[in-house]
Design a protein around this ligand. Sequence first.
Ligand code: FAD
Length: 208
Amino acid sequence: MSDLISVLYISRATFEPLPSAKGIEPHVGQILRASRTNNGELNIGGVLFYGDGYFFQCLEGEESAVRQLMEVIKQDERHQDVKIIVERPISERYFGNWSMKYTSINHAVKEFLRKQGFNKFNPYKFTNDHFKGLIRTLREVNDMHVTADSDASASQSEPALSTQARGAVKQPGNRPTAPKKLHRNSYTRAFAISGAIVGLAVLAMFLV
Ligand code: FAD
């Protein structure tokens, strides 16, 4: 059996946040897409949280794979001051099959911060108990879905990023997919067909 470990770290984002049409900051969306692709292949899971210019990430997986990924992440110029909070062996994954669950500041996290006496997310001020509470909160909250074809620029001009509903199907490779939505065009088409049927019926009545 492989040696599973969990690594928790925090860091400061180096980028100025850009506006996000659907809740995921474009730089973070890019990080998340790379994470979900790579982590699925490496059998690494966990959670990524971004809020108020700070990152918090938990990585879970086989020891050597997680350590190697941590070395790559530490070099990433999109953040700095990487501080490892905990690195420990685990017997099972806390975040199950997620290749990288993601959430930003939402109601549950705001409520958690408020209860701890924080009005902003600054993990450098957290104690161990705060981290434990945050991890529990993040396990409970919904994931935010980022589509494969969206990029930082696209997400500013069109709604490429969407929030994923709880309980959506997890595909092989651990990448969750958003539930199917009935497109507005489908309603328009159905309405036009019904109209045509009624019109033909009226015409038939006149002809008979
Ligand atoms: P690429 O396809 O090479 O990169 C994806 C996109 O990101 C490209 O558009 C590229 O221009 C851009 N990019 C890549 N590296 C950088 C960089 N250093 N600075 C600016 N832009 C860059 N990667 C994971 O695989 N799994 C994770 O869980 C993970 N978590 C991360 C958490 C944080 C907080 C940060 C900041 C980064 C994280 N990364 C993660 C990204 C990681 O640092 C590497 O960028 C990534 O692993 C490179 O993978 P790739 O070669 O497949 O991506």
